[in-house]
Design a protein around this ligand. Structure first.
Ligand code: GBH
Length: 519
């Protein structure tokens, strides 16, 4: 890739821009995105903040995990990450420059409660987030706040095994209440948990995330039970969600006027063939990944397919739990990046150990390859294939299954490999990201035109950051970060996203007034 490429792209952007403005003066161009649509970027505390011990922060499970040898590919950790804890004012300027009207971040539980409910509230931590929220609002940027994005105070892991114990509910309730109390007058969008499906699977089935628990052929762990523990952890996560929603509804929502939801990782599973078996396998794949959480939260029970295959292992909701589950949620957050084919393993034989092939995973084999061809262009990220049609399909699927509950795309993006020898020209020239985002946004717009109630889109991510077990080797940012100096540099995709947002919001403002408001 060379400079002329990026220049070409900039020219294209400019042409695109004047074309949009031009057409708006003549016709009443309508945006595909509704009024007040949130355009933002997403982040999370452990991946961004750093400041591992600043201002009284306690240690989290990820602090401990990342420091163990062999857990993170490049031997790195999030001790400093991109130092967003200290550099947030600069980062807010980047957001302002992009024209974002929302920023998604998560609160570090151990910063607010270093010892969970077994110690004091760390007021310095509260003060930090309070300043961050004020600084965002001052620029007209809505905070979209997640209570936990994989990280929990290590204290809770050590005391009772965190998500494996029903005790976690008391801790989560206590923590959520504190957050609503201190920040809820200014935060209008709350997320209880980020990707509990990924937390349960990676923490307790494959064991590649803390607390590194798994058994048998599912992974390589010294302890755990891959067939039972993910179900127990998930059950407790669902109860934590519903406990937090209950507190918000009873104590805060009326006065504070915000909304509360959950964020799920959502993959589109395309049937491997036209056969009924493969179509049913795709349904099961969704049930064992997405509906596993959404069904109990929205309908008070686990999906039928799970009952059929693993009913005897599923934890049971008590009468009281079911009553609390009735509090549901106000919106569904969707992190969507990729699609896979799904292939039946009940009537056809799958090799044991192939992804998805076990009973615990619904006998639905996941594969990106069919007849030697991938479902979409492969990327530097082993699980990420570019299949934009999946966006419209997953949004439509969730709309139909859950009565068009309001949705937000809380994450979408593409990672590229770190290239240490690359020049600035090279690393800012992320044409692939522009192609990825524009095609996924177009697919999203299609779902919206067909009636899906989607209210926002967050790109993952504003900055390159600590990409969990991949450490700093995979870069998801609209801005490049030079990790030794922490210098942020906008990529072509940042310029592109800025134009995209501007055109959408201009279209919203000018319709139906058109010319009167244009100078
Ligand atoms: C999100 O996780 C995270 O919320 C965010 O923190 C992270 O930085 C971002 O994406 C980019 O990775 O083979 O069944 O595991 C996404 C986690 C893990 C979800 C891989 C999809 C593939 C399906 N992803 N998973 S599976």
């Amino acid at each position: 890739m060379c400079l002329s490429n990026s220049l070409l792209l900039l020219l294209l952007l400019l042409a695109f821009n004047s074309m949009m403005t031009g057409s708006m003066e003549l016709t009443s161009h309508t945006s595909s995105f509704p009024d007040n649509f949130l355009f933002g970027t997403a982040s999370s505390s452990y991946q961004y903040e750093g400041a591992i011990l600043s201002d009284g922060k306690g240690l989290s499970n990820w602090d401990i995990f990342a420091h163990k040898t062999g857990k993170i590919f490049d031997g790195s950790n999030g001790d400093i990450a991109v130092d967003h804890y200290h550099l947030y004012p600069e980062d807010i300027e980047l957001m302002e420059d992009l024209g974002l009207n929302s920023f998604r971040f998560s609160i570090s539980w151990a910063r607010i409660l270093p010892k969970g409910r077994f110690g004091n509230v760390n007021m310095a931590g509260v003060y930090h987030y309070s300043k961050l929220i004020d600084a965002l609002l001052y620029k007209g940027i809505q905070p979209f706040v997640t209570l936990t994005h994989y990280d929990v105070p290590q204290e809770l892991e050590e005391r009772y095994g965190a998500w494996l114990s029903p005790n976690i509910r008391k801790d989560f309730e206590y923590y959520a209440d504190i957050c609503f109390k201190y920040f809820g007058n200014r935060v209008k969008y709350w997320v209880t948990l980020n990707e509990p499906n990924v937390m349960a699977i990676r923490g307790y089935r494959s064991g590649i995330y803390p607390p590194s628990r798994c058994s048998g052929s599912y992974g390589n762990c010294s302890k755990g039970n891959s067939e039972k523990e993910p179900l127990i952890a998930a059950h407790n996560m669902i109860l934590c969600h519903s406990a937090a929603v209950k507190i918000y509804r009873n104590k805060y929502q009326k006065e504070q006027g915000g909304s509360i939801g959950i964020v799920m990782n959502a993959v589109w599973y395309e049937p491997f063939s036209n056969s009924t078996e493969d179509k049913l396998a795709s349904e099961r794949a969704q049930s064992f990944y997405l509906n596993w959480f959404l069904n109990p939260i929205i309908y008070g029970k686990y999906p039928e397919e799970m009952h059929n295959l693993i009913g005897s292992r599923l934890p049971v909701f008590s009468k009281n739990d079911v009553k609390n589950l009735g509090n549901g949620l106000d919106f569904i957050g969707i992190n969507h990046y990729t699609s896979f084919y799904s292939k039946d393993c009940i009537y056809s034989k799958c090799e044991p150990g192939e992804p998805g092939a076990s009973r615990s995973e619904g006998y639905a084999l996941r594969t990106a390859i069919r007849d030697g061809e991938p479902i979409g262009e492969s990327t530097a990220v082993d699980w990420l294939y570019v299949h934009p049609q999946g966006m419209e399909k997953i949004v439509t699927y969730i709309m139909n299954r859950y009565n068009n509950t309001p949705m937000f795309i809380t994450e979408n993006g593409i990672g590229v490999l770190d290239d240490l020898n690359s020049s600035t020209t090279y690393f800012i020239n992320d044409v692939k990201r522009v192609e990825y985002m524009s095609s996924y946004l177009e697919s999203l717009a299609m779902a919206i035109r067909k009636g899906a109630d989607v209210r926002g889109y967050f790109a993952w991510s504003l900055l390159d950051n600590f990409e969990w077990i991949s450490g700093y080797t995979i870069r998801f940012g609209l801005h490049h970060v030079d990790f030794p100096t922490l210098k942020r540099t906008p990529r072509i995709s940042a310029a592109w996203y800025k134009e995209f947002i501007k055109n959408q919001t201009l279209a919203n403002i000018f319709v139906p007034y058109k010319n009167e408001h244009i100078e």
